[in-house]
Design a protein around this ligand. Structure first.
Ligand code: HEC
Ligand code: HEC
Length: 461
């Protein structure tokens, strides 16, 4: 027998085996070399990039401290932590991004905190009195802007095998306004705090790679459009960049998102937004004139603390996967591709190069998102008024799915989607509409065992 034949047969066999091994594709390490080295436990979202050198791990730890820091009202004896508010939603980043994971909708009678409400008038502009965002708390002597009451509409859905899932659609009402009436056309739009893992990796996916997947006119006729938008980046002097972060890609970078959070969520000034009064409008005079925590040219959050917070947010690592070779998980993964989930939840990307973040550069990552905006149908759309008339009201960024299966372990709940309305993965999928309606209908039509396999795959992420 000829040696060449034997050699090529062995080679083909080797390739086939390698092609079957998920650890060879790198899928077991969704963040590449930056994947977390920690276990899949309650703290699974709080670890640094696995390849972060020792000296930078110290910066990560200090950044963690700032992320957890409880800010207090000014003036206070703890000068380095004062300046909160006067109006605010939470006293620490960590209070919304609980355990570096996600927030949750308020329980009955509770004031919302990790579920924010964006405010906008019919023309998209901010409320003239209440600003861009509802602050549900005020420091002593300052009324909260309002509270929100939630009611639920029940929607039973029957799946092909007879299983009934009852979805709950939330409706929100503003109550107890603290500063007079809202503008007649102001509407509120809920936004839950998303998990914090893998942010730096998502920031490094090359703009061109994301834009290349967009198909706003659906020229290939597959029913999936995918758009992107360009937004000003305040941390880069207002340069227009690809929107990446937030449920509607409203910010271009982790630094921009962090500065916005300090300002709108906690009422803290940063080198990027130097106003000490956060989202308070000129109509909220007492808020604008209240004592603040900045000193001289130094904002409430000085450059050094700001940079450490951003560094921390960049390097929160994606957990490694477990049990990916189980037959049900692999069957579920095949279904995920076959029924069209991967058309938006793009499994794999390669990050670009950055001198500032060498550990995150050039990594093959598995975030399961195209980072594009998709029309998800009427049920998920923002209420009329908030971009209701523009295409933005109906679109959402494909949410990354890495770490999904750890949600309950980290956060003690499984509330998903931009407003936390879905309880668990199946409900989240059943809420998909618009461009994703076909994929959702294929899930409804699955046999019980195929559905379980699909869920097993998603739980393994
Ligand atoms: C009051 C709750 C709250 C606080 C406090 C808060 N966040 Fe957020 N965070 C959110 C919400 C809500 C979003 C989604 C915003 C949107 O869709 O516009 C978000 C989004 C983010 C994102 C982008 C996530 C993604 O997947 O696109 C990052 C990064 C982030 N926050 C970092 C921070 C940092 C750093 C702090 C502290 C300086 C902070 N956040 C404080 C609620 C909060
Ligand atoms: C047309 C694009 C598109 C398709 C197709 C699609 N999704 Fe999504 N998916 C999204 C968007 C956008 C969101 C965020 C929607 C929101 O929060 O309102 C999302 C959210 C999710 C979530 C919730 C994630 C979280 O962290 O809250 C899960 C789970 C999910 N998708 C799974 C699936 C599965 C499984 C399929 C296939 C049956 C699928 N998706 C098909 C675009 C898509």
């Amino acid at each position: 027998m000829n040696r060449f034949f034997l050699f090529s047969t062995l080679l083909a066999l080797g390739v086939a085996l390698a092609g079957n091994s998920l650890s060879d594709t790198g899928e077991d390490k969704p963040g590449g070399a930056a994947t977390s080295k920690g276990p899949r436990n309650r703290s699974a979202f709080s670890n640094p990039s696995g390849n972060l050198p020792f000296d930078k791990q110290l910066d990560f730890k200090i950044g963690d401290g700032v992320f957890r820091k409880l800010w207090v009202a000014a003036p206070s004896s703890t000068k380095s932590s004062d300046g909160l508010g006067p109006l605010f939603n939470a006293r620490a980043c960590q209070a919304c991004h609980l355990k570096d994971g996600r927030g949750r909708p308020p329980a009955a009678g509770e004031t919302p905190s990790s579920l924010l409400f964006a405010l906008a008038r019919a023309d998209g502009s901010a409320d003239p009195v209440y600003g861009h965002q509802l602050q549900t708390f005020g420091i002593q002597g300052h009324a909260a802007e309002a509270n929100v009451e939630t009611t639920h509409e029940l929607r039973p859905i029957t799946l092909a095998d007879g299983m009934v899932v009852t979805l709950r659609k939330p409706h929100y009402k503003l109550v107890d306004p603290g500063y007079g009436p809202f503008d007649r056309t102001t509407t509120i739009a809920p936004r839950i705090a998303p998990p914090m893992i893998g942010m730096g990796l998502l920031e490094l996916i090359p703009e061109a790679d994301i834009m290349a997947r967009a198909d706003p006119e659906d020229l290939n006729g597959d029913g999936i459009r995918g758009r992107f938008r360009r937004v000003p980046s305040p941390s880069e002097g207002g340069a227009m960049k690809l929107g990446r972060f937030g449920w509607k890609t409203g910010t271009a970078s982790v630094a921009d998102q962090t500065a916005t959070a300090f300002k709108n969520d906690m009422g803290l000034s940063t080198p990027i937004f130097p106003e000490d009064y956060g989202d308070c409008t000129p109509a909220q005079k007492t808020c604008r004139e209240a004592p603040h925590g900045s000193e001289g040219n130094e904002p409430e959050v000085p450059q050094k603390l700001f940079d450490l917070t951003v560094f921390y947010a960049h390097h929160l690592a994606v957990p490694a996967r477990e049990g990916i070779a189980a037959p049900a998980v692999r069957q579920g993964q095949k279904l995920f591709n076959d029924i069209g989930c991967a058309a938006c939840h793009t499994p794999k990307h390669v990050t670009g190069r950055s001198d500032s973040f060498p550990e995150l550069s050039g990594q093959t990552i598995w975030p399961y998102t195209d980072m594009l905006l998709h029309d998800m149908g009427d049920d998920l759309a923002d209420p009329n008024g908030l971009d209701g008339s523009s295409p933005l009201g109906r679109v959402w960024r494909t949410q990354p799915l890495w770490g999904l299966g750890l949600t309950r372990r980290v956060n003690d709940h499984f509330y998903l989607l931009h407003d936390g309305r879905a309880d668990g993965i199946l409900e989240a999928v059943l809420w998909h509409g618009g461009e994703a309606a076909k994929a959702r209908d294929r899930v409804i039509a699955l046999s019980g065992s195929d559905r379980e396999a699909l869920l097993a795959f998603l739980e393994s992420l």
